[in-house]
Design a protein around this ligand. Sequence first.
Ligand SMILES: [Zn+2]
Length: 506
Amino acid sequence: MSGARWNRRAEALLLLALCATTVQAQPLGGGGPVRLDPPDGCIPPGQRLFARGLLDQYEAKFGRLSEPSANRAPQLLSFFPLAGRPTRDLFRFNYVDLDPGAGLHEWGCTQYTYDGHTGHDTDIRSFAEQVIGVPVFSALSGVVVATHDGEDDMNTVWAGQPANFVIIDHGDGREGWYWHLRKDSVIVTLGESVAAGQQIGHCASSGVSTGPHLHFEMRVNGEVYEPYAGPCRSGASGWLNQIPFNREAYLHDFGITYQNISASWPVRWPNSGQIALSDPVIRVWFFGTALPANSTWTVKFIRPDGSAVFGGNAQYFGNPFWSWFNWWWTYDVADMHTITGTWHVQLYINGALMIEAPVEVRTTRTADFNRPPEPISVAFLPSGIREGEVPTCVVETSLTFDDFDYDLVRYEYVWTVNGEEARRVISAAHGDVLATDLFRSGDLLECSVKPSDGILTGRGDVISAVVGAPRIPTLSDWGVVVMALLLATVGVVLVRRVRLSHRPST
Ligand SMILES: [Zn+2]
């Protein structure tokens, strides 16, 4: 059990003393970030040597890795290579540390990095999502030049553990390093050609890692490369459409339960659809991002008739700035032992209402009580799909009210191309992608998604679009290019003739 978590006991005891008589906060609660960033980075030196050894073996067997080309601009990234939606169900970004010394800053000049970090760390919400599965994709087309699998994948402490990983040569001297993958999830093989958007594994916490996340590192000619451009990283962006990064606070998961909370993040805490009058306590938990230093919290309970039960004075988290955090509290609300119906829990952070969450209070809990996930809608990002660019099919739903029993929702994505199934996957992520080698200009793409809580299926949605022409002409488009050139030439000739015929006489 983490120290950081139980340091909060003292605060909870204080709350107990301050509470109104109608609510008793139990001396149980806590959270924090329970993990720090590893001193040697996500890939410690010994593991880099091991990976370099694999690359040497690859070169001895298959030939040299690619080198930068002076004649060709490198490929641009057209999507994020982890399933989901950045700054929604994907969070806690550590970017490349661009400060060469002991200090740190990333491309946006803020501190979403740690000293010496060489890639992008992107978290999924919990181990529960890892178990359902969150795919990792090849960011660009390329050739698989190193793989390693079979290592434990639920690490929560750093102990130099080996990671499951894939390294892809993306051409032009670019390497993509995909780290911390799920055990036995690597589905590409050495020497295999992969397309941008092709699934290579699943997200997990193998290696030097304290929670499930993807460490995605790009290296160009052996040097670390930060694709984001911004105030602290000059030059052109490595993204086709640079993904905006939201540094504001939001809740990315929430739950209410009568059950005990005994594990720490990255375990997802228990959730309940109903609370019984006889349940001694209610527990409220949430995961969030971007908590300013010295933040405060308050909770109010709203009775079914709309009247409020005061949950105590504002309390301090006692925190420095946290780019992500998780927290829970225990309450004994006197009226919750006598008044049935739909109650609401209001959570305020720094005085702002973050959530007003319904909870069903019943005389007794109904066995197997369960409601399906809420209806979803889907959309394509970007909305205009082009040949050669990876389309993302995103789920539009609430991060906290996607299921009113607070169950973790999973999604079945079915992609078709001209009516033929091209990809089917069950994933915990709020987005999925289709590899660029599975469709071309003029094809009809369809993405159909159904939400499920593991037992009941909610109302899904479907979207379709016709694929547009590629941004950069390919060989198959040379006919079009030649025709355009011919038309342009004819146009120039006609304009010259018209001009000549109007030339003023001298
Ligand atoms: Zn990392």
